[in-house]
Design a protein around this ligand. Structure first.
Ligand SMILES: Nc1ncnc2c1ncn2[C@@H]1O[C@H](COP(=O)(O)OP(=O)(O)OP(=O)(O)O)[C@@H](O)[C@H]1O
Length: 413
């Protein structure tokens, strides 16, 4: 049994259940008089009504301590409660703030609002909300300390359970107006009464600033209800998720744009196979039309040919390009009639035509003996395959068709 804290009633201990790995918190009752007993009974009664909520600390009962094995300062009775391994919210923020994302912070805020909302639904007001009365167990909020709690139906009284400051504290990691080594003084309290409020932490989403500002409005009637707060926090969390999704989509778009840049760059080196291969392996995540957007209009490209295309390009870097290109060139040389040297533009047109032809064949799902079909096409069109191969070796990055054709020839060879 270890001492973990000290409070108004006495010390708080962490204790392990004999034959289980589970820990419990034991609250000793030291400075207890008649008023304290009333307060305690009130606390237990109210807390027991809301322990079903995940963000409210569980109360298990009362135990009698084994005096022989305990130090003298532990009196006979101990309250047995759920143990919160993260300690108080203020301690948790101090230790973990650096690692918390906005999503984590909004989740903490939401759990807190949800716990207070549950109290209000049961017509209970907490009346002592601060970061030492909010505990953390396994990174989850556990509202505690109902010593000052009261049963009340009135809405305005419920709105006096101010947690705007706690929402701000979650966004900043520190208590309001905290200056290291300095304690709060009376003048600060007066300034707060006169309307002094903390300023927003840089980068806090505006909706969140708006929310906690409304929560600490001078007039309780102008504060949102806890239900509203929960709803708005849920909205912020969902919006954040959408933004993350947008960011991810943005990253994918950027990567795609980068690919286009690589495709269109004349400085692409044949030797950078790893990069090319990675880029090409992502092709099947894109639309084939997008790949072929520059010079070829493709209609009705079907899933099967996309799959085939993807397989083709994925195998791209497993082959020795030069060797295959050379062997293909020598084979086609025998059937080449037209020995005229083509201009650069002619070659680009030829590459586009051959690519278009390949897609026509693939679209007809007629890919058997594809290599021969391509060679026949080249032959019939009176193209010089060696010239095309050489140009492709030197200009494979010229456009998406040249990249495709270069890889495709490797595949069919
Ligand atoms: N269930 C618990 N699990 C883990 N730590 C706890 C638990 N309950 C209390 N503590 C720790 O013990 C400290 C004292 O808690 P306690 O509730 O007795 O006093 P307090 O809230 O600080 O004061 P008061 O009772 O006067 O409001 C807390 O700040 C917290 O760090």
């Amino acid at each position: 049994m270890n001492e973990i804290g000290i409070g108004g009633f006495g010390k708080v201990y962490r204790a392990k259940w004999k034959k289980s790995p589970k820990y419990f918190a034991l609250k000793s009752l030291l400075n207890i008089d008649e008023d304290a007993i009333k307060e305690l009974v009130n606390e237990i009664e109210l807390q027991r009504e809301v322990i079903f909520h995940d963000n409210i600390i569980n109360f298990y009962g009362i135990t009698i301590s084994d005096q022989e094995n305990q130090s003298n300062d532990i009196k006979k009775y101990l309250l047995v409660m759920e143990y919160a391994d993260g300690g108080s919210l203020s301690h948790y923020l101090k230790e973990n703030f650096k690692n918390l994302t906005w999503k984590d912070k909004f989740n903490l805020a939401n759990q807190l609002a949800s716990a207070v909302s549950c109290l209000h639904d049961e017509d209970i007001i907490h009346r002592d909300l601060h970061s030492n009365n909010v505990l953390i167990s396994k990174n989850i909020i556990k509202l505690a300390d109902f010593g000052l709690s009261k049963r009340i139906e009135e809405t305005t009284q419920k709105k006096k359970d101010i947690f705007g400051v706690l929402l701000w504290e979650i966004s900043s990691g520190e208590p309001p107006f905290y200056v290291e080594g300095e304690s709060y003084d009376g003048s600060l309290a007066i300034q707060i009464i006169q309307g002094l409020r903390e300023t927003a932490v840089p980068d806090t989403p505006v909706e969140y600033v708006k929310l906690y500002t409304e929560c600490w409005n001078d007039n309780p009637d102008n504060r949102p209800s806890t239900h509203d707060v929960v709803e708005r926090l849920n909205f912020i969390i969902n919006q954040k998720q959408d933004e993350n999704l947008d960011e991810k989509l943005g990253e994918i778009t950027n990567q795609t744009e980068n690919k286009d840049t690589i495709l269109n760059s004349n400085n692409f080196e044949v030797s950078s196979h790893g990069e090319l291969s990675k880029m090409i392996q992502d092709f099947d995540k894109m639309d084939v039309n997008q790949i072929l957007n520059e010079n070829i209009t493709l209609n009705n490209v079907e899933e099967s040919s996309r799959g085939e295309l993807s397989r083709i390009v994925q195998d791209f870097d497993k082959m020795d390009t030069k060797e295959i290109m050379e062997s293909m060139t020598s084979t086609s040389e025998e059937i080449i009639n037209n020995k005229n040297i083509s201009s650069e533009n002619d070659l680009i047109i030829k590459v586009n035509k051959i690519t278009e032809f390949i897609f026509e064949v693939l679209n007809k799902r007629n890919s058997s003996n594809l290599k021969q079909k391509i060679l026949d096409y080249i032959n019939n069109q009176k193209m010089n395959s060696k010239e095309i191969c050489n140009w492709l070796c030197d200009n494979q990055n010229y456009n998406s068709n040249s990249i495709f054709l270069f890889g495709f020839w490797n595949y069919v060879s």
